[in-house]
Write a protein that binds this ligand. Structure first.
Ligand code: A3S
Length: 148
């Protein structure tokens, strides 16, 4: 899994078109979304993650919580983003992993949203620019060497 973490004044998105034949079904109110003072987690789920989804979910949640606590962000946007890897996991596995990350983060005291999966989306972001405002993380299941 590859994550790009951006601390932003806000993140807003608007669903445009389907990017998969069968994207995640969404309600009308999910076609647009916005969070203020947000840690945006742009996530590419990778093929290697399919070997142990639960472990990568746990590691991703820990990383996101750790960064959120350091930058004092209370809002997190989980954003499916298929552009951080050339070895993407299958969509059905990726969606399950992203849903689990959202659920586990919600168990704590963070306010969490997840952008819809399987769509082209317009988005606006306003990176804060401080030293911890732009971070990346690579997460793999134990026992899997990460190809650089
Ligand atoms: N392995 C994977 N990890 C994360 N997201 C993935 C994925 N496989 C499919 N998606 C989702 O389907 C859209 C088309 O690839 C993706 N859409 C996007 O990445 C938008 N930024 C538009 O390009 C994403 O919602």
């Amino acid at each position: 899994m590859r994550m790009l973490l951006i601390h932003s004044d806000y993140l807003e998105y608007e669903v445009k078109d389907k990017a998969l034949k069968n994207p995640e079904p969404i309600r009308e109110e999910q076609k647009k979304g916005r969070l203020e003072e947000v840690l945006a987690a742009f996530i590419s789920v990778e093929k290697v993650d399919e070997t142990n989804p639960d472990e990568v979910v746990k590691k991703a949640v820990n990383e996101i919580k750790d960064v959120a606590s350091h930058i004092k962000a209370k809002n997190v946007f989980v954003y499916p983003f298929a552009h951080l890897s050339s070895e993407l996991a299958k969509p059905d596995v990726a969606l399950e992993i992203l849903k689990k990350i959202e659920e586990r983060l919600k168990e704590g005291d963070l306010n969490v949203k997840r952008a819809p999966f399987g769509y082209y989306k317009a988005f606006k972001l306003s990176c804060k620019g401080h030293p911890l405002a732009e971070l990346s993380r690579t997460i793999v299941p134990s026992g899997e060497a990460k190809a650089e």
